[in-house]
Design a protein around this ligand. Sequence first.
Ligand SMILES: CC(C)(COP(=O)(O)OP(=O)(O)OC[C@H]1O[C@@H](n2cnc3c(N)ncnc32)[C@H](O)[C@@H]1OP(=O)(O)O)[C@@H](O)C(=O)NCCC(=O)NCCS
Length: 213
Amino acid sequence: MTTRTVKQFVNLDFEPRAVRLNSADEFADAVELIDIVRDSLTEEQKVYLLPKTIDFMTKMHRAGNVVLGLRNDKNELIGLTIVRKLNHWTDIPNFEGLPFIEFIYNQTPCMLQSVCTHPDYRSMGLADRLITAAEEWCLKKERSRIVARIVVGNKGSLSAFERNDFEIMSQGIDKEDGYQFVYVGKKVEAPLVDLFSQNEQESEAPLATILNA
Ligand SMILES: CC(C)(COP(=O)(O)OP(=O)(O)OC[C@H]1O[C@@H](n2cnc3c(N)ncnc32)[C@H](O)[C@@H]1OP(=O)(O)O)[C@@H](O)C(=O)NCCC(=O)NCCS
């Protein structure tokens, strides 16, 4: 049996609002957040999170994927992730790594991309919330696996995924830039409904409700 360390987060004095980004203006916010997060990284770390364009976000959105965000009490975007529905292993470009290809071919999972938290809001549990929101979206789309690609050395990201029960599945090298990646993945399942605790918690809307269908 493994012993899980409970992470102590910095307390939030507001409740982050989970949103889906749909419009060009919202994609502009997303691109800006990614740029802010990249500015907070060292040159070596910038490969953890590659820059994105409004055009890329729009294409993702049109193809039936989703950009999930978290907004603070001033409606500023403070965290985001893109969740892609993979249909075939060729959906992942530039990747060497047979075990994962095998996996993807058989399972058609969702893939989390560009998970990021505004530098002023790190260590507050936002990554956990983004991952949970992504899992709920996957379930709605009837995908039962979720995966993510993490650059080797990105300890912060790896620790967030491991804390959320993702396991390292395979590793590979990006054909274009030579960076080493690991793929992490997990099975997503609908939570067991506990009717008693559900009655007690009626006032708290679950993320799934907030995110719409
Ligand atoms: C990875 C990331 C999304 C985690 O966000 P978060 O909401 O702070 O998540 P957590 O609070 O769970 O922190 C996870 C890890 O981030 C790191 N972290 C937290 N605050 C940090 C800070 N101020 N500076 C640097 N790293 C920090 C910690 O190493 C932490 O690991 P720990 O749990 O062992 O302490 C965020 O650090 C980020 O945006 N990183 C840059 C982009 C990136 O690497 N994305 C991942 C792509 S796969």
